[in-house]
Design a protein around this ligand. Structure first.
Ligand SMILES: [Zn+2]
Ligand SMILES: [Zn+2]
Length: 102
């Protein structure tokens, strides 16, 4: 039972951050009822606040990719396979650096 069709909460922007209230990971719905049931329609207020208080991303590699010189794009939830988090990705060679200051 995943997907946004039966869980509208998954389309909320605050889903992108972890919930400090129930501990839901980024991308997962909040849990209620003793953490046994997902909250389908909304998220905890603390999670919405955490999302709103997220620091702005740093400027990233302002001169572009150090490898190939192409511009880099900010990816707030990049998954490298071993780590997930905010990163800057090169649009050319896919060079990557984790965003600092977060
Ligand atoms: Zn929560
Ligand atoms: Zn590059």
């Amino acid at each position: 039972m995943t997907g946004t069709a039966d869980t509208p909460a998954l389309s909320l922007p605050a889903i992108a951050v972890a919930c400090p209230d129930c501990g839901a990971a980024p991308g997962f719905a909040c849990m209620s009822h003793g953490r046994t049931r997902p909250r389908r329609n909304d998220v905890h207020q603390a999670r919405t606040r955490a999302y709103q208080e997220q620091p702005e991303p740093d400027d990233g590699p302002v001169d572009g990719c150090p490898e190939c010189g192409q511009p880099c794009e900010y990816e707030p939830l990049y998954d490298s396979g071993t780590k997930e988090g905010p990163a800057w990705l090169c649009t050319g060679c896919r060079w990557r650096v984790w965003s600092v200051g977060i």
